[in-house]
Design a protein around this ligand. Structure first.
Ligand code: NAI
Length: 385
């Protein structure tokens, strides 16, 4: 089978997330890294692309050059990943979708709800795939949680509790460091800092696992470091369209916590708990029975979990492999379209433009609710009301 051609914008040398995308995309041999505009500095981007093995004429100086270069090629890239800073996602994603490319965009997909709605409309009009990299939903046991909820193991879901709380911006003495300061500056970060950066991962995971969408929310947002204009901590209560009650805590000042992404789901018949720093165990508490530990890679898990595990039981499997599962979903989605067949339902799990849009509506609702003393607000994008 021919490999799919893959291109990347952003993710240059020294970037945080570029290597995880390259590992993830390359892992199953489905994609060949064929083109890139990797850096905001054209010369460095071209040179780094060639060091990573790109042909000279496909190591582009910027995304506009890449769009022009790729659109006229017969072997043009099948999928473009956008891993640049947030404020550039909308324009790059829009232009590549309009030119007929499939796109995987980093989160947050856009800076505003209106931009998010435009991306959803373009995706629907063009029939192109626009995925959003809520990559932690790629973990095998997160997919198994979703499957357990969907097949009714927990009964009706009563509560979901999501956290994404770390302590990496807790040092007040470091708050004016330019690498930290921009994140809390509305001119550069938009209406929200910590919730838009990390909270949306946790909120999306709550929807992914329960199969329910957020309808209303109330937020308590604070800047624990006083010089910050935007929040570094938020507690968000929410309600979901299937009746679940949601609680979410996100923070960047929780000293001692590292990545801090966890999710718990409680239904009528049992509870589940999973933490991203220990991704290979899922804790299952059936009503009236003892705690059980489900191990990634065990026999007889769900098709979704089986498809998304690669290393045998007991060995570590981590974040780039979770990203690889988003890429393998996309490879299956793109191949199914090329072959004119239905895609494998166990692969139909990649987060969509609609999810990116819902996150933006939640970001604006959290920011507004925080200003209104925790008022309960509609958290749905106008398009979905
Ligand atoms: P970074 O600042 O470490 O790297 C950004 C890279 O993009 C640099 O190589 C830079 O030269 C390049 N770049 C900037 N503007 C560009 C342009 N116009 N054209 C081409 N290249 C350009 O940023 P980081 O942390 O890697 O974040 C990138 C994106 O990924 C952000 O949107 C962030 O929110 C997201 N992210 C997502 C994560 C996830 O778990 N899904 C985790 C970390 C970041």
């Amino acid at each position: 089978m021919m490999k799919l051609q893959w291109g990347m914008i952003g993710g240059g040398e020294g970037s945080q997330i570029g290597p995880a995308h390259r590992l993830g995309a390359g892992l199953d041999g489905a994609f060949e890294f064929a083109a890139g505009a990797l850096d905001h500095r054209p010369k460095e981007g071209r040179a780094y692309g060639q060091r990573l093995g790109l042909a000279g004429d496909r190591a582009y100086g910027n995304w506009q050059e890449m769009l022009e270069g790729e659109r006229s090629r017969e072997d043009r890239v099948d999928l473009v990943t956008v891993a640049t800073p947030n404020a550039t996602h909308f324009e790059i994603t829009r232009e590549f979708l309009k030119a007929g490319f499939h796109v995987l965009c980093e989160k947050p997909m856009t800076m505003t709800v209106e931009e998010g709605e435009e991306i959803v409309r373009i995706t629907r009009d063009t029939g192109r795939i626009c995925a959003v990299n809520y990559g932690y939903t790629g973990y095998s046991l997160v997919r198994h949680m979703r499957a357990m909820v969907a097949r009714g193991d927990l009964g009706k879901v009563r509560l979901v509790k999501a956290e994404f709380a770390h302590g990496h911006h807790a040092d007040a003495a470091d708050a004016d460091n330019p690498r930290v300061r921009w994140r809390y500056d509305p001119a550069q970060a938009g209406v929200s800092a910590q919730f838009a950066d990390c909270g949306i991962h946790a909120l999306h995971m709550a929807s992914f696992v329960t199969g329910q969408e957020v309808t209303r929310l109330s937020a308590d947002t604070v800047s624990c470091i006083e010089s910050r204009e935007l929040e570094d901590d938020a507690m968000v209560n929410f309600r979901m369209d299937g009746g679940a009650v949601g609680r979410l805590w996100t923070s960047s000042v929780a000293i001692g916590r590292q990545h801090g992404l966890t999710i718990q789901v409680f239904g009528e018949k049992g509870g589940l708990r999973w933490a991203q720093e220990h991704p290979n165990q899922l804790y299952w508490m059936p009503l009236g029975e003892r705690l059980q530990v489900i191990e990634r890679g065990e026999a007889n898990l769900s098709p979704e979990a089986d498809r998304s595990t690669r290393v045998t039981i007991g060995h570590a499997e981590g974040m780039p492999l979770a990203f690889a599962n988003i890429y393998s979903d996309l490879a299956e989605a793109i191949r199914a379209r090329k072959d004119g067949r239905e895609m494998d339902p166990a692969a139909d799990l990649y987060p969509r433009a609609e999810d990116g849009l819902r996150s933006m509506a939640a970001v604006f609702a959290v920011a507004q609710s925080g200003k209104e003393d925790g008022a309960w607000l509609d958290a749905r994008p106008p398009m979905f009301r």
